[in-house]
Ligand binder design. Sequence first.
Ligand code: GCB
Length: 615
Amino acid sequence: MTAFLYPQETVSRRVVDISGLWKFKVDTDSEGRSEGWKDGLTNTTDMAVPSSYNDIYTDKALRDHCGDVWYQTEFLAPKEWQDLDVLVRFGSATHRAIVWVNGEEVASHEGGYMPFAGKLNDVVKFGQKNTLVVVVNNELSETTIPCGNVKQYDDGVREVKPWFDFFNYSGLHRPVKLLALPKQRITDMTVLTDFEGSQGKVDFTIEADIPAGALLSVKLYDADGKQVSQGEGTKGELQVDNVNLWQPGKGYLYTLEATIEKEGEILDQYPLEVGIRTVKVEGTKFLINNEPFYFKGFGKHEDSDHRGRGYDPVVNLRDMELLNWIGANSIRTSHYPYAEEFMQLADRKGLVVINETPAVGQINLLPFGGDMGGAFAMLGSGGSNQVQNFFELDQVKSKGMENHKDAVRELIQRDKNHACVVMWSISNEPDTTHEAAGEYFGEVFDYARSQDPQNRPMTFVNVLVAPHGKCKAAQHADVICLNRYYGWYMMGGYEMRNAGKAFAAELSSWSTEGKPIVITEYGADTMAGVHKLPSVQWSEEYQIEYLDQQHEAFDGCEALVGEQMWNFADFQTWEGIMRVDGNKKGAFTRNRQPKMSAHYLKSRWEKIADFNHKP
Ligand code: GCB
């Protein structure tokens, strides 16, 4: 079952985090499902939850394992929970999982970056220890989201080939929690916010199972805990005098507290943080609170040493601090939804977020054996040596589309109330060069628009092989988002001196669309500590000269409303001749220390206001 309300302890709800060191076993011979491992594992090792399992041990066969891995832990279900609904909730399992408690299946989920839960009441032993077993699988295909394939070698070993440029980190990446909730309870809350002058407005819709004779009420508190408005029923509109808007850099949050009460007793209560703000596209402007906003920041990854993609509040806080230090006001959650705890921090810090689904790798790499080297060969040839377009594959139109819509729906459901989310990105760099892509994206965009109660702008991120005139999907997007590497993948080295002009020419062609343009990626791989005068590619000097060229193009384009450099920090990728132990385009190292470019960006971005930027 899905469980999108974030677990919070209240007077009526209990939350127990059961993350920690769990038992772990790699299913090298794919026998666990038929051999009954669900009933309990033998010969296990330890594994940290949450974390990726890949980078902790020294064994390459584990790091690069393809297929199933198994986890086990024990937990106690207190007797006093017997009259409540007891659930186990996973922040995510990458890319799919099945969960058993005491040998009975309680949950399963496809899609590696979303929470899911299972109800335990029928299988759990109250007042006793219970055994929880999970199988997590990391295989990819052209219809999974994200996309990839599995390569089988003659020696029997299988390898996952991701069709994307980040390591296929796998495992239980986010906290696992036991929840004890009232049987009749609040199951969902949705808010829409608006304002006029100093008068704020919060529309609320609450889904709840309300016992006969009970009342549902809501109270809105300001950041100091003072009640500023109240209402009753499952739907309504709250007025807020002297509103404090949620602003980039100033994440002012109210709390909307919903309560089910009967004869003075609270049966259920759930508080939701709410930022009051508006988001709109008007002509070539991206408006937040009716003011033209300029995105400054990065595409990021959830990626750090040892943890891989595992949730770590220390890394998240450090990242927020560095974003603030460098003068960034925004990020894109490239290339998958981030942990719920990250989104909460973004709300609180006022960090503007372009929220991306895990649809990445929608480009046909089957003819290249799924090798990312093949992707680069294809990009180098301008896409002309493709065998068959991705969106013409029958399985992509059917199963792939279904998985993509699931990913869109779940992301929007999970994150719909976050003030920080100002736009949804429904895919990164799909191959949109053929008509079939136009039809495919027409359908996915319509679907996505039907899902967002706040009607936020929708986009996808365009790849360089699908320039203006050739891209068959851009007409569906509210904002044109471009990933471009003038001076790196093309026009690199000495020729980089002309990169800015070439970029500017492409931008003026996109400008004719009359939509805002955000550069969602531009960057140059840079080894921290490599210095060279005159510069060469990979040196810190080159990265700065490269940035200068890009910014020259940006500053000459009226319709351009944002720049998000690739990447915030160096990160782990697939292994290959294009990558030196990962992608090195970070402004920061993987350890979150600045390269020269970070100082350069800081001095540029501190001069660019969040609003009404005119180059
Ligand atoms: C891209 C991708 C990103 C890569 C980046 C690169 O266009 O969207 O995932 O990491 O290029 O550095 O090649």
